[in-house]
Design a protein around this ligand. Structure first.
Ligand code: MG
Ligand code: MG
Length: 267
């Protein structure tokens, strides 16, 4: 599969990425204690379709939903369900949109109400890590430079568990394309980054052990020690000199700050 993307391709893909951001912004407005996570999924399905896209995840290798909603010790790929969110939950919402031939795929972790300082720190550090990884997405670097930046910040500086079983990836006409972008590794290793590659950079960081288990539903990934896990994901275009993030957290953060049920005190 060709990795080459023209500037025009990137502009088309940017719209898909921003449609994910818009969807997550709406989720940031409505998420609260007492809401069933399936209601967020129902909303996302309609919202994406009403805006001319299709939820990338729905039907992807049989995945039944539009969003992955992973609460507390769930790392990624959690199923929306009748579970009612409650005060103290941390909720990672991962969303994909397919539109005009390209996918966008990014994620954000929300905090409902009061949590321990250790959890606030985990969320902050993981969010910092997605940006530190993104900064490395420049021509001349390799995927290992992104991997190292994320691992160094989260594990090296803070001692968190870096999940290894799941990795970031190229994203474009396919939701998962080359190259793989792990969240651990050595500088100067793995695939060379080429101009206009779009990478889904997505640290999955655990408060405790990096070990994870897979549920029998075939999807849900949980921490082995039951401690919380955080997931942030941005779509990042490889450029000369300075990486360009195509997805946008600004409207999500604005909605997060407006929503009195959400805790954004970590940043
Ligand atoms: Mg994702
Ligand atoms: Mg992804």
């Amino acid at each position: 599969m060709s990795l080459y993307k023209s500037n025009e391709d990137v502009e088309i893909q940017r719209k898909s990425c921003l449609m994910v951001s818009k969807t997550l912004t709406e989720i940031a407005k409505m998420i609260k204690p007492g809401i069933q996570t399936i209601k967020l999924d129902d909303f996302a399905f309609e919202f994406i379709k009403d805006n001319g896209g299709f939820p990338s995840f729905k039907g992807y290798h049989g995945f039944p939903y539009s969003l992955c909603i992973s609460v507390n010790e769930q790392v990624v790929h959690g199923f929306p369900s009748s579970y009612e969110l409650k005060e103290g939950d941390i909720v990672s919402v991962d969303c994909g949109v397919y539109m005009n031939g390209f996918h966008g795929d990014h994620a954000y972790t929300f905090i409902l109400g009061e949590v321990e300082q250790a959890v606030l720190d985990l969320v902050r550090v993981t969010k910092e890590a997605v940006y530190l990884g993104a900064e490395q997405a420049i021509v001349g670097n390799r995927a290992g430079d992104i991997a190292y930046a994320i691992e160094h910040h989260t594990n090296g500086k803070h001692g968190y568990g870096v999940v290894r079983e799941l990795v970031g990836h190229g994203v474009g006409k396919q939701m998962h394309e080359d190259p793989q972008v792990p969240n651990y590794g050595r500088r100067g290793t793995l695939k060379k980054l080429q101009e206009n590659m779009v990478l889904a950079i997505e640290p999955m960081i655990n408060l405790g052990t990096r070990q994870v288990d897979f549920w029998d539903d075939g999807w849900t990934v949980v921490t082995r020690d039951g401690k919380p896990s955080v997931h942030f994901e941005h779509d990042v275009c490889v450029r000369q000199g300075k990486a360009e993030i195509l997805s946008d957290y600004a409207p999500i953060e604005a909605a997060e700050k407006q929503n009195i049920n959400l805790n954004s005190s970590y940043y």
